[in-house]
Design a protein. Sequence first.
Length: 373
Amino acid sequence: MIYLDNAATTPVLPEVSQAMLNTLNTTFGNPSSIHSYGRSAGKVIREARKTIAAILDAPARNIIFTSGGSEANNQALIGYALANRDKGNHIVVTAIEHHAVLHTVQYLQDRHGFDITLVKPNPDGGYTADLITNALRDDTIMVSTMYANNETGQILPIAEIAKRLKTHQAVYHVDAVQVMGKLSVHPIALGIDFLSASAHKFHGPKGVGFLYHGDLKFDNLIHGGEQENGRRAGTESIHNIVGMATALEISAQYLDSNYDKVSALKTHLLSELDGLDYYINAFGETMPHVLNLGFPGFNQDLLLMKLDLQGVAISTGSACTAGAIEPSHVLEAVYGKTSAKLKESVRVSLSDLTTPEDISEFVRILKSILAQK
């Protein structure tokens, strides 16, 4: 099997699964209990929080463990909006956000009356800080953008947007799911107020993520106990948290070498594709981990099915909409609803575990399929 859908999820590293298993076997106490079993469990969580906070260069008290990136996005957007609507009723997001953001702000609009501005890209598909700040109003309380897009790998100008927002009341939320464990991300230095991440995007387990937050007022989403410094009720999933911290620690250790490896893999892939009739949906600076490729006249669903039958896994974009017959909202924002590119583009996404042999075999199979057209 050739796995090239790492933007959807990544394989769990052996060191991560072993750390999780060790935790399951040795740390079963409830972290909220005051006896020795509970204190031991609480210590494990504190150490994991310190590990992640050190990598982010942020205080441990500002890290909330969540069930993943979607919950982290919801917590930031809904929590801040509801707690601060006395300051304003307007939220700015880009049109290429993950549905975990787009559907959340739609909920805030439909159920709570917030005014949402969806900022579309420039004609060339790019985003500038000007595009974002031109959408600001006096009553804007929050701006939310992704760090890098999950379908095209497009990198947004995070630092410049944050710099512009320093003179505005709006706080800045960044969905960093696609860059965490791949780029060095320090939210305080960047000027980010909320930052979301998910473990399974950097070789950690599914079902766990975290939200970095500044010292701001925001409502809880989950009510009950006083876990997570009173920010998120519910007994913590200790083994998942340990797995996430372990995965992020390993990723941080090999950050530069892994990035260089994936960059070389992308170059290798483009070299192997030489001679084929294809185009790249790339808009400005991109992460090397994600390539959005279009094959003129070849239906994306048919191509994915044929590749899958031969043991190759890629996708059309967001895994959260897999199985739904709808065009990519990301490409639609650039090309419009009627563009043929929406039906002939696929996503190939790499990781540090991908090999040159994987790439070569994928292209060999791809060429054989396209030749049957």
